[in-house]
Design a protein around this ligand. Structure first.
Ligand SMILES: Cc1cc2nc3c(=O)[nH]c(=O)nc-3n(C[C@H](O)[C@H](O)[C@H](O)COP(=O)(O)OP(=O)(O)OC[C@H]3O[C@@H](n4cnc5c(N)ncnc54)[C@H](O)[C@@H]3O)c2cc1C
Ligand code: SF4
Ligand code: SF4
Length: 1020
């Protein structure tokens, strides 16, 4: 039963008084925690972020007292709705994510720590890792890995997570704290739950009491229960692990920790755990096999498994194709006609105990021979070098995520994506399931960790179709019955959650009552994560997320242009905001698609250095600030789960403001969600309702202000050197006093072109074979006109005709940043009209900075629904990309003179987004720099610099901005680097600010190379 507003307010106040952590009960937060990566939805009453075990105990006790359910949650990426519910969500991944202790071969952690982060740290310091991976590679928290104890991708190499658990501390539903040490297992003194319990507790601790109770339950197992228990698959993850509680043959030691692993947060909350670590595996022998049918692949698995691979993954045609499309590097590697592939890896020992190389290679050869002589696979690919392994891993990883890239309403439904059967029946099962799907007229994708019997079956369905849920229901009944008929399990890793627990009695008709007894031993009132393992009365289909059409949704506002009604700031006497007043332009299908395309996968919850997403989430580990939350927020509005007014509230603004539009989501979110636009629409809604704050107006109109100030640049520059003036600027305009402001040019570049030279003003008589119109943008126009001049010189030196359209205006990125939609849209229209006309005349548009190019191509497309914006998207590039393409066409002049410096190159986020890859070994600007003789270029990949255009210029963001840039600054400070280089001027200014070393745009170095600079680079 959802709580009333009064109950909720009380809940919040009470909890906040009880704990050191944070409590959030507002509707927006509830909405953000109402979903995970499953197809389900359930809105919680409250969200609590405990700081320590004491907080957890306090919340648990309070929840029990008040009769409110409690749902432990890590990153919330479960595929079965495991952490969803109507009670209090206990988020452990925000504060409780520390490594508490590191030993030689073990580590003690808090539960909210992500496995990937732990491994990143101990891999570097000790060459060791926590092996098992029962979860999403990027975002699985260790608490959830233990709470689910799934077999996972690395099962064949490492076994189950519980095999690596040494001890754990758990908080029970009544607030009891149990320390469960597997080195000193409990031998219950008495097998009943009765009279001497108190004495036991006083003498030995509560652990003995619970061990006694569990032993009592298990000793009473019936013969049917024992048969059912012993016939579980090794990788079964459905139900409690009652089969593994008794350890030792003679005396029955009770392993309560083993029982808690895999209990899906229903028996207790894990507050810390000590885990064994393992030496890094050697990776020498792997291969990919391609097949003409999925059945041949399945047959090959039986031939391969006797050779004991440590990995055996099945990927079907649909996923293979998506992987090929995702990354061009795979196109030559994955045959286009393959119906299925198996990815195999053999054990090559560990760093500490490597195996003989030849032995591994011989085994691989033998394996390939077997598969090929039996004519199972038609093509095999060996993974030969160390460098190839990341590519190999990525195929697996991307194949898991690839279906999320399907850009239409038919989506892969994660419902049967975790079944398992033994390998000897796999062939029959796959055949039967395919027939079943055909009968239901549904296509599906098949993949999985097939070496351990795991199958991931994703039916492709449009959930918004009227009968979709009942189709799913029917399908679930038939598919699970088939799996169970073959002795399989409905869950081998994910757990059963809200989605599948209702099928548990079917899988374990005899054991299920025993599961209930176990549950009631630890949580008699069912307060802990109800609905998981022991199902609720409510049918699972009631939790299925409602689709758009199903809710009869009409987009908010479809009338009028924003220009006519809004000028940004609210006028005195205006009526209070109402829904119609909010001009969102949500009729654009683009916003709908972006919000709906997010499947909650959690790829954006990353902290590792192999990724840049999301600079603003990283610092806080606050899930509400992750890219995912922007989609959740907008979807909540679209589905009427949140009132439109909530979108213009402070909480929604806080969430939207945690996007500075770096657009890394474009390339790193597997589903290609345009979170930048979603955040912009939220900001714009707020501005439409409340007007633009003065300081944001200053940012948004900075280009106009600079234009007005240029004639007084001398005065302005002197004033900016005066700390008293800077202090006033900070107080009035929120421009941080300590931020370095470069000297304003005495004449803007465009003005120079306009008045002092007609050379580039009128359309040139093309002398070169390519005509380029140069887009300058605000910063270079007002602060660094020389850069624009060199850009023109470089282009002309290379035979390109350059025209500088003097009626161009600022790109509008600053207006976009603050949600000033009217102005952003006006600028977009103006520039699009100017530039698209030139494009029609055969010009290519070259923006000096990728930041501007990204705005002209990507932001404009979401601002104005016009053919012109499409034209721009196709014909605009940034300077470095244009010039590098020129080089690839053998047209770039290489008459460089030596530029003898050692520079650290930082690729701007926009530059990476335009090159569409973070993994690219190099990006255009870097490649160009490497052509200059004498210049030593070191690529520094330490994430975002934290500046994001004018974001870092805002007082409220100043510290955070520098904080984000710290890893980059550290790398740049290395003595071997003389100065920094980046193709974004804002990045350069941040790099210089954070390191006290100068930083330049590559144009400066190219100009030096071509001899256009009158003085050495550093002295100009
Ligand atoms: C693209 C993708 C691929 C995936 N691949 C796999 C896979 O290969 N194998 C696999 O097993 N899963 C997989 N998953 C599912 C999911 O990633 C895992 O379930 C993951 O471990 C969840 O981690 P989380 O931190 O998000 O947990 P959450 O979803 O937050 O929680 C999961 C469960 O753990 C419980 N829990 C969390 N913390 C605690 C705690 N401290 N104490 C007690 N209980 C707790 C929760 O109550 C819940 O029952 C995948 C998911 C996605 C989106
Ligand atoms: S925004 Fe992208 S990466 Fe993040 S959860 Fe959604 S789909 Fe996954
Ligand atoms: S665009 Fe950048 S800042 Fe915005 S959500 Fe994505 S990664 Fe974060």
């Amino acid at each position: 039963m959802p709580l009333t507003a009064v109950q909720q307010a009380r809940l919040r106040d009470d909890l906040q008084g009880l704990i050191k952590g944070d409590v959030r009960c507002d509707e927006v937060t509830q909405q953000l925690f109402a979903t995970d990566a499953s197809i389900l939805q359930s809105r919680p009453a409250c969200v609590v972020y405990p700081r320590n075990a004491e907080d957890v105990i306090a919340v648990v006790r309070y929840a029990a007292e008040m009769g409110v359910p409690l749902h432990p949650r890590g990153a919330g990426t479960s595929l079965t709705g495991e952490s969803l519910g109507e009670g209090i969500i206990l988020v452990l991944s925000r504060y409780m994510r520390r490594i508490l202790h590191t030993g030689d071969d073990f580590v003690t952690i808090q539960p909210g720590l992500l496995r990937r982060r732990l491994n990143g740290i101990i891999d570097q310091s000790q060459n060791r890792i926590f092996g098992p991976l029962a979860g999403n590679v990027s975002s699985a928290s260790l608490g959830s890995i233990l709470a689910r104890n799934g077999a996972g991708l690395h099962y064949l190499r490492y076994g189950l997570p519980s095999d690596h658990l040494m001890s754990m501390t758990v908080v029970l539903a009544n607030g009891d704290l149990l320390t469960l040490d597997r080195n000193t297992l409990i031998q219950p003194l008495q097998g009943d739950d009765g009279s001497i319990a108190l004495a036991q507790e006083i003498t030995y601790g509560k652990e003995y009491v619970y061990a006694g109770k569990v032993a009592h339950i298990l000793e009473g197992r019936t013969s049917e229960q024992l048969v059912e228990s012993s016939s579980r698959l090794a990788v079964n993850r459905a139900g409690y692990a009652e089969h593994a509680v008794f350890q030792g043959k003679e005396s029955h030691d009770v392993d309560l920790a083993r029982l808690f692993t895999g209990s899906e947060g229903t028996l207790g909350v894990i507050v810390d755990a000590t885990l064994k670590t393992v030496s890094l595996p050697q990776r020498k022998c792997a291969a990919a096999f391609f097949f003409t049918s999925i059945f041949k692949a399945v047959e090959a698995v039986s031939a391969i498994m006797p050779l004991r691979p440590v990995l055996c993954e099945l990927i079907d045609r649909r996923r293979l194709n998506m992987v090929r499309d995702w990354d061009a590097r795979y196109r030559p590697l994955i045959p286009a006609d393959a119906e299925a592939a198996l990815l195999i890896e053999l054990d090559a020992g560990t760093l500490e105990n490597p195996m003989d190389d030849n032995d591994c290679k011989d085994r691989l050869k033998h394996l390939i021979d077997i598969v090929q002589t039996r004519q199972l696979s038609y093509h095999a690919l060996r993974v030969n070098t160390e460098e190839d392994f990341p590519l190999f891993d990525q195929v697996i990883r991307r194949s898991e995520l690839a279906l999320g890239r399907m850009l239409h309403s038919i989506q892969p439904i994660p419902l049967f994506d975790d079944v398992a059967v033994s390998l000897d029946v796999m062939d029959h099962v796959v055949r039967e399931l395919l027939t079943l799907l055909q009968q239901h007229k549904i296509t599906a994708s098949f993949s999985g960790h097939i070496g351990q019997g795991h199958l991931r079956i994703h039916p492709l369905l449009d959930l918004a179709q009227q009968d979709a849920v009942s189709t799913l229901h029917g399908l679930a009944e038939s598919i699970y019955s088939t799996i169970l008929r073959y002795g399989g399990t409905i869950s081998s890793e994910w757990g059963t959650g809200l989605l599948k627990s209702q099928f548990l009695p079917q899988q374990f008709p005899h054991l299920f009552p025993l599961f209930q007894e176990i549950k009631e031993t630890f949580d008699p009132q069912h307060w802990l994560n109800p609905g998981k393992v022991i199902p609720l009365q409510t049918h699972w289909t009631k939790y299925v997320r409602h689709g758009l059409e199903k809710r009869g949704h009409t987009p908010p506002d479809s009338s009028g242009s924003s220009d006519s009604k809004h000028s940004g700031a609210k006028q005195p006497g205006d009526a209070p905001p109402n829904q119609l007043e909010i001009q969102l332009k949500w009729e654009s299908a683009y916003v709908f698609e972006s919000a709906y395309q997010c499947n909650g996968c959690g790829e954006c919850l990353r902290f590792d250095r192999q990724s840049r997403i999301c600079p603003l989430f990283r610092g806080t580990a606050t899930i509400e600030f992750a890219p995912r939350s922007k989609a959740d927020l907008i979807r909540g509005i679209l589905e009427h789960d949140l009132d439109l007014e909530k979108l213009v509230g402070e909480r929604a603004k806080e969430i939207a403001d945690t996007c500075f539009h770096c657009r890394m989501c474009d390339i790193e979110c597997p589903s290609k969600i345009d979170t930048s636009v979603l955040a912009f629409r939220s900001k714009a809604a707020y501005v439409a309702a409340h007007g633009l704050p003065f300081e944001d107006l200053v940012i948004s109109r900075l280009d106009n202000i600079l234009h007005g100030l240029t004639p007084f640049s001398g005065l302005f520059n002197a004033a900016m050197r005066n700390q008293a003036v800077r202090w006033i600027c900070e107080k009035m305009f929120h421009i941080p006093q300590r931020r370095v402001i470069p000297p304003l040019a005495s004449r803007s570049y465009l003005n120079r072109i306009r008045w002092s030279s007609r050379r580039h003003r009128t359309l040139p008589e093309p002398t070169g074979e390519e005509k380029v119109a140069l887009f300058v943008d605000s910063f270079i126009n007002h602060f660094d006109p020389l850069l624009a001049e060199w850009a023109v010189q470089i282009l002309e030196h290379n035979g390109v005709s350059v025209h500088v359209p003097t009626r161009q205006r600022s790109s509008g990125r600053a207006s976009f940043l603050v949600g000033h939609a009217n102005r952003a849209e006006r600028l977009a229209r103006h520039n699009t009209a100017q530039l698209s006309e030139l494009i029609r005349q055969g010009y290519k548009i070259v923006a000096i900075e990728p930041y501007s190019a990204s705005c002209l191509t990507k932001d404009y497309r979401s601002l104005i629904d016009e053919a012109g914006s499409e034209l721009m998207a196709e014909n605009v590039s940034d300077f470095s990309s244009f010039l590098y393409r020129w080089h690839l066409a053998n047209k770039l002049r290489l008459d460089f003179q030596p530029v003898p410096y050692r520079v650290g190159y930082h690729a701007s986020c926009s530059g990476l987004v335009l090159s569409a890859s973070l993994e690219a070994d190099s990006v255009p600007a870097e490649n160009l720099l490497r052509l200059i003789p004498g210049l030593e270029v070191k690529r520094i990949e330490q994430g975002c610099c934290g500046m994001a255009g004018l974001w870092g210029f805002q007082q409220q963001n100043y510290r955070h901005s520098l904080h984000i840039g710290i890893p980059l600054f550290r790398a740049l400070r290395q003595p071997e680097i003389e100065f920094g280089v980046s193709d974004c001027c804002a990045c350069c200014s941040q790099m210089a600010h954070g390191t006290r070393k100068r930083a330049f745009h590559p144009i400066r170095l190219l100009a030096a190379g071509y001899g256009f600079l009158s003085a050495p680079v550093l002295e100009e």
